[in-house]
Design a protein around this ligand. Structure first.
Ligand code: KIV
Ligand code: ZN
Length: 538
């Protein structure tokens, strides 16, 4: 590797990222995300905050069992009970790590922790020792490091390394630092802490001023060798440094950042898609690296330059981040073999049973839509999940709607072998259909968000609907695709309902997830009727 130094990528999508409103995931989704992050090649995966709730503990434990080639970390405050929980949750991982933290800025010490500097130093050392007695690998974070007194910071870093921390993280917790500040802080620790060579320094930058990425790179240039980040930059408030941006900066500007990482950048796009399909949160089209426009060249001047030589306007290729550029088209005469091969080319390693089920869905879609593109297949795979025994499924529906009448919907749902039917009215066909669904399942819910968009450009495009519903115990997302927007709406709603009724989905567990959500009312279906009507008119 030409004497280049390695950067360790510490992904905290499932901890700092998941703490952000709208990004909570259930157990299966967290495992799916963790496995994709493993395929992406992250070195350390922060799976959660084990003490936060039984749900968080269970997911850290399940991820520890589900991945092989990655270190699994759990966050813990500098408290014995937190550290014990973190250890219990990660101990079955092939490479477990306890990540414990304590704030070091005077502001946090005085107002949050009510501790003196000396007391905090003592506590940090004691807890690192305690964690090291349990776990072979311990990371210590000095929360709010960038607003901490530099002499004191150096003292704490030296002490925790002596106590056994192999990784010491210097977070810009509130996104306050500038790249110069980061260089000065990390450079000072590198120069002034005598035992710094016994540990790896990490940086963990938040994006409140839009500087997280620049600050992370500055920290690496000054000597940090672990970058803490999240996919698409999700995280507390304005988020964290984005993994894909760090990865591509290291790859594209290796002259300025002469480092290497273990990341397989070709997995970036798929990883971002897994995240958006799980969370239902749409990507900003202008998002660097993974946004829909990141490789689009609209203006004539740019297109002309690109045709003459792509280097004129393209600093990295779409292929290098795994963006699909082929557009092989399948149709109703395509066989299972061709469909299966396309799934593999798109990166979906699915079991036989799943492929057969999806092939059935593909065939019924091909009956309605002449050509099926990669984007249709992706939407199909990512919107349909294997039904479990409690799953409500759509059997059939009929709607009667027009601009001079109240819409009515008759919906039939299946639960196992049994069928249930209800009729309902509403100011639009979507509204009427969802009311009929609500009547069948006998579990009132509010509609928090409804989003409809076309998967591809053409008139026969698939409509993709993402909804968020709530029942007072939590907020649940669902996604549905169909050439019929009413059907897509019912499917999305059923996906959310099945999550709502699934016991394994955490509810009210951390406080964060529920209290940060918008207010709901059980009659939200009525109060959102206009919004639904607008969407259903399309
Ligand atoms: O932002 C922060 O300081 C953190 C620490 C807990 C590492 O997330
Ligand atoms: Zn953070």
């Amino acid at each position: 590797m030409d004497n280049k130094e390695r950067i360790y990528i510490f992904d905290t999508t499932l901890r700092d990222g998941e703490q952000a409103p709208g990004y909570s995931m259930n157990l299966d989704e967290k495992i799916r995300m963790a496995q994709q992050l493993e395929s992406l090649g992250v070195d350390i995966l922060e799976a959660g905050f084990a003490i936060a709730s039984p749900g968080d503990f269970a997911s850290v434990q399940a991820i520890s069992r589900a991945v092989q080639d990655v270190t699994v970390a759990s966050l813990s405050r500098a408290l014995e009970k937190d550290i014990n929980a973190a250890w219990e949750a990660v101990k079955e991982a092939r490479r477990p790590r306890i990540h414990t933290f304590l704030a070091t800025s005077d502001l946090h010490l005085e107002y949050k922790l009510k501790m003196s500097r000396e007391q905090a130093l003592e506590k940090a050392v004691a807890m690192v020792r305690y964690a090291r007695n349990l776990c072979g690998e311990v990371e210590f974070s000095l929360e709010d490091a960038t607003r901490s007194d530099l002499d004191y910071l150096c003292q704490v870093v030296e002490a925790v390394i002596k106590a056994g921390a192999q990784v010491v993280n210097l977070p810009d917790t509130v996104g306050y630092a500038t790249p110069d500040d980061m260089k000065r802080m990390v450079g000072s620790v590198m120069n002034r802490v005598p035992n710094v060579d016994k540990a790896i320094l990490a940086v963990h930058c938040h994006n409140d001023l839009g500087l997280a990425m620049a600050n992370t790179l500055a920290g690496l240039q000054a000597g940090a060798r672990q970058a803490e980040c999240t996919l698409c930059g999700i995280g507390e408030r304005a988020g964290n440094a984005a993994l894909e941006e760090i990865a591509m900066a290291l790859r594209t500007r290796n002259d300025a950042f002469p480092f290497y990482s273990n990341l397989k950048t070709e997995e970036i796009y798929r990883s971002a898609r897994v995240l958006t399909s799980i969370t239902g949160v749409k990507m900003n089209p202008s998002k660097a690296i993974v946004g829909a426009n990141a490789f689009a060249h609209e203006s004539g001047i740019h297109q002309h330059g690109m045709m003459a030589n792509s280097l004129t306007y393209e600093i990295m290729t779409p292929e290098s981040v795994g963006v699909l550029t082929t557009s092989l088209v399948l149709g109703k005469h395509s066989g299972q073999h061709a469909f299966e091969k396309r799934l593999v080319d798109l990166g979906y390693g699915l079991g036989k049973e799943e492929v057969i089920r999806l092939f059935g869905e593909f065939k019924s879609l091909a009956d309605r839509k002449k050509t099926i593109t990669d984007r249709d297949i992706i939407a199909l795979v990512e919107s349909t999940s294997k039904p479990s025994s409690v799953t409500w499924e759509l059997d059939s529906f009929v709607v009667n709607s027009g601009n001079m009448m109240t819409s009515t919907a008759c919906v039939t749902l299946k639960k196992g072998e049994k069928k249930f039917q209800e009729v309902a009215c509403g100011t639009g066909p979507v509204y009427a259909s969802l009311r009929a669904v609500e009547k069948i399942i006998r579990h009132p819910f509010g509609l928090e968000d409804y989003n409809l968009q076309a998967v591809t450009e053409h008139r026969d495009a698939l409509g993709e609907v993402v909804v968020k519903i709530s029942d007072g115990s939590g907020i649940y997302r669902g996604r549905g695709v169909s050439t019929d927007v009413i059907e897509a709406s019912i499917l999305a709603c059923l996906a959310a309902i099945n999550r709502m009724l699934d016991e394994s989905v955490p509810r009210n567990v951390t406080g964060v997830k529920v209290t940060s959500a918008p207010n709901f009312s059980n009659d939200m279906l009525s109060s959102h009727s206009d919004k639904q009507k607008e969407s259903s008119d399309e």
